[in-house]
Design a protein around this ligand. Structure first.
Ligand SMILES: Nc1ncnc2c1ncn2[C@@H]1O[C@H](COP(=O)(O)OP(=O)(O)O)[C@@H](O)[C@H]1O
Ligand SMILES: [Mg+2]
Length: 355
């Protein structure tokens, strides 16, 4: 694998203050750093959608297309929320490894990384493509996409575990996971929903002690693009060595919250959640930590279902009535958390129906 560190050549700009959404500044930067030709005129388009990064599509006259991603120090959310721009280098490390671990074609290769401007460039996903979250919210649920979503995650978890001697030290630092997931999703939610505080605090302690394999940390349909019916995974800044049950709970929450929101597709999304777990478990195979995984994934699903209505980052498509219903449903279930995903899905639907 390519372990080259992409250092840039000298330039005359104040690189730490470079704003890649400024087209003139970005074009000048790309020329000065030698990433494009001195007289090249790339087409630059700011991409919408992210809250914690700037992302710009660079289309070169030679047909190459890159996405440049630059981490923001202050996230674009309503409350003040800060995170070190250094996390872009975690994402770059993630890209280098995921290309080897995930199924072919599911990861955009890294093109270059700049440690001064805190940015990276990766291959752009070709057009036409669709964001999977948008497809799902419009009711376009395909089991083949769910299968790919499950197999992609299982490949990362299983293949990274096999290479744990190399990967565990490289992804050892959980600080971005703690500041961008544990605090805003679990710890903050424990304050907002005191009935769940015991459950959430025990889960925090347990999950931080599980150092099992590579965890994506943002495994959500929003970070999946569908091109030619194939899923491509983006957005790896929270990747770390930790607890695979978190990825399962985080992702199952998206399927189940859509089961809640899209009443006419409720049964289909519930079936998709069960199918997702089954395909994942089969593709993962038997590893030393799989015996207890389903039980713990069910707990993370409950925690994330609650966090996405009561934490710092609520799902924007759920209205206040839906948020209240989801909160009440989860609080009813966590008194006696189920140990299987199938039971969890049944109980969640049952509790929603009762409210
Ligand atoms: N390699 C890529 N090819 C095409 N579009 C991309 C690529 N990377 C990011 N994008 C677009 O930019 C959006 C934000 O990127 P993402 O990596 O998810 O950043 P954030 O961390 O801000 O959410 C994505 O939802 C997608 O629409
Ligand atoms: Mg994203």
């Amino acid at each position: 694998m390519q372990r080259q560190v992409y250092r840039t050549v000298s330039w005359k700009f104040d690189v730490p203050t470079l704003d890649i959404e400024n087209p003139d500044a970005l074009a000048a930067y790309l020329r000065a750093t030698g990433h494009i030709d001195p007289d090249e005129q790339p087409r630059l388009t700011t991409l919408a959608g992210g809250v914690s990064n700037r992302t710009v599509l660079v289309e070169r006259p030679n047909g190459d297309a890159w996405v440049i991603k630059q981490a923001l120090e202050k996230l674009r959310v309503q409350v003040d929320w800060f995170s070190s721009p250094e996390r872009i280098h975690r994402e770059a490390l993630g890209l280098r490894w995921l290309v080897e671990l995930a199924p072919p074609g599911t990861i955009t290769p890294l093109v270059f990384e700049d440690f001064d401007a805190h940015l990276l460039a990766m291959q752009a996903v070709p057009q036409p493509h669709a964001n999977w979250k948008s497809l799902l919210l419009s009711g376009l649920l395909k089991l083949d996409h769910v299968r790919q979503f499950a197999e992609l995650l299982a490949a990362i978890h299983a293949n990274a575990y096999r290479r744990r001697d190399e990967l565990a030290p490289a992804f050892d630092d959980p600080s971005f996971f703690i500041s961008l997931r544990i605090e805003p999703y679990y710890a903050y939610t424990a304050q907002q929903a005191p009935e769940a505080a015991g459950f959430l605090n025990a889960l925090i302690e347990d999950t931080l002690a599980q150092r099992l394999t590579l965890v994506h940390g943002d495994y959500s349909p929003k970070n999946i693009l569908v091109h030619d019916e194939r899923l491509i995974l983006l957005d790896h800044e929270v990747i770390h060595w930790g607890d695979p049950a978190f990825d399962l709970g985080f992702s199952l929450t998206h399927l189940l919250s859509k089961a809640h929101h899209l009443l006419e597709h409720r049964a289909a999304f519930a079936a998709a959640a069960n199918y997702y777990w089954q395909v994942y478990a089969l593709a993962l195979g038997y590893l030393p930590w799989t015996d207890d995984l389903e039980r713990r994934a069910a707990r993370h699903t409950l925690a994330c279902l609650l966090a996405r209505v009561a934490g710092r980052s609520p799902l924007e498509y759920l209205d206040s009535e839906e948020r209240e219903r989801q909160r009440a449903a989860v609080l009813a279930i966590i008194a006696q958390p189920p140990t299987s995903i199938a039971t969890l899905v049944d109980q969640f639907l049952h509790e929603l129906d009762n409210r």
